[in-house]
Design a protein. Structure first.
Length: 111
């Protein structure tokens, strides 16, 4: 086992950080005996993807625990410090919540 420091993580680009988060989510699934195919990520980091960089959609029979807080979880990955106003603007362009974010919120309310 090796240890990764916060300073080393701070050196990662957006794309490398997204890959790290995606691989950590996949590892969490494997550790729980769940197929990592429920984790999706990849493609162009700057693509118009609805605001999410890594997504986890747990199978219906799986209990939430560990580092994945909900059956349907989305992560937005930013390597640089991002003020909350910029995050809000990105999640709500022109004051309208992105459909992808709304879907996650609706799924959370249904659970």
């Amino acid at each position: 086992m090796f240890e990764i420091t916060a300073d080393e993580i701070a050196l990662l680009s957006d794309e490398d950080l997204r890959s790290l988060v995606g691989r950590l989510c996949e590892s969490e699934m494997r550790g729980r005996g769940i197929s990592p195919s429920c984790v999706t990520w990849g493609g162009n980091q700057n693509a118009a993807d609805g605001g999410l960089d890594v997504r986890v959609a747990l199978p219906a029979h799986v209990q939430t625990e560990g580092f994945i807080p909900r059956p349907n979880t989305g992560f937005q990955v930013k390597a640089e410090d991002t003020p909350s106003a910029r995050i809000k603007a990105e999640m709500r362009p022109n004051g309208v919540l992105r459909p992808t974010i709304r879907e996650l919120a609706d799924q959370s309310e249904e659970a």
